[in-house]
Design a protein around this ligand. Structure first.
Ligand SMILES: [Zn+2]
Length: 286
């Protein structure tokens, strides 16, 4: 049964709520149509630093050779300008865990905010190298999103809290998350101390359209790689069968999708792609 409520669907309301919160907002061309997939229910916000003080909104929209954009929904420059680059799913979270997130599925549930910031170091004191304007824009953006979703500030987490263990992430650097959450809560104010909204559990089959994707690991990935490598040697013969769904595997899946009529070219192995590949992705047959 589809879940309904303010948290469902892509956050097409992002620009409006951010403007209403008083941030200086830029809408990146094509922002409404950009994304790797559609959101599941939106559970919160994940804060990041880009790793460079100069990373542009365009770099977040376009991505890199090894990781196609969008890399997050929002970008915040050091002068506090917030750019909305996408409302669909973006590759910002990767694999990781958090108590109210399905393991490794953060991208399908979290709005990502990439802040142009080097992060300084994992141990730098709170707000080292964070200009007032940039930090204020981060607080306002999180507050605006949580208010829209009837959430409190506990729903802002750092990439380091989700993927510190899984990926060694330490962003956002020089941000003490509890202090940030306190500042967001003050900003949200009394209008948002809602009783925790009962949230339906993820229904069985909710991820049936997503079987394997960038960041997946294990024997099913190895099976996919083996199949691509030997059946589609022309463009997948170089694949290493290591069971890790990295950029090479994703590129090979995309190439297969591009060459196969009727498949969406998204680099995600769902039921249609798995069927076209003749790939068994369930438990092994007896
Ligand atoms: Zn990050």
């Amino acid at each position: 049964m589809p879940q309904t409520g303010p948290w469902t669907g892509d956050p097409v309301w992002l620009a409006d709520v951010l403007r209403a919160e008083g941030v200086r907002l830029v809408a990146f061309p094509g922002w409404r149509d950009r994304g790797h997939a559609d959101f599941k229910d939106i559970r919160g916000v994940m804060a990041h630093h880009t790793g460079s003080d100069n990373a542009s909104a365009a770099s977040i929209a376009n991505g890199r050779a090894d990781l196609p954009g969008p890399l997050s929904q929002l970008h915040i420059a050091r002068d506090g300008t917030v750019t909305v680059v996408a409302v669909g799913v973006a590759w910002h979270a990767g694999v990781g865990m958090y108590p109210w997130l399905p393991t490794n599925m953060g991208n399908w549930h979290m709005i990502g905010i990439e802040c142009a910031n080097s992060g300084t170091s994992p141990t730098a004191p709170h707000r080292t190298n964070w200009p007032d304007a940039q930090y204020d824009a981060l607080v306002r953006s999180c507050a605006a999103i949580h208010r829209r979703l009837a959430q409190n500030s506990s729903r802002t987490i750092g990439h380091k809290e989700y993927a510190g263990r899984a990926q060694g992430k330490w962003d956002p650097g020089a941000i003490t998350m509890d202090i940030l959450r306190g500042d967001i809560e003050s900003r949200i104010g009394a209008v948002s101390k809602p009783a925790p909204r009962p949230r339906p559990p993820v229904p069985v089959g909710a991820y049936a359209d997503i079987l394997l994707f960038r960041g997946s690991e294990g024997p099913q990935v190895a099976q996919l790689q083996r199949h691509l490598k030997y059946a589609y040697e022309a463009y997948a013969g170089h694949l290493v069968i290591d069971g890790v769904y990295g950029p090479q595997t994703e590129a090979a899946v995309k190439e297969f999708q591009r060459r196969t009529h009727g498949l969406k070219v998204d680099g995600i192995v769902g039921p249609a792609t798995a069927a076209a590949l003749n790939l068994w992705v369930g438990p092994p047959a007896a």
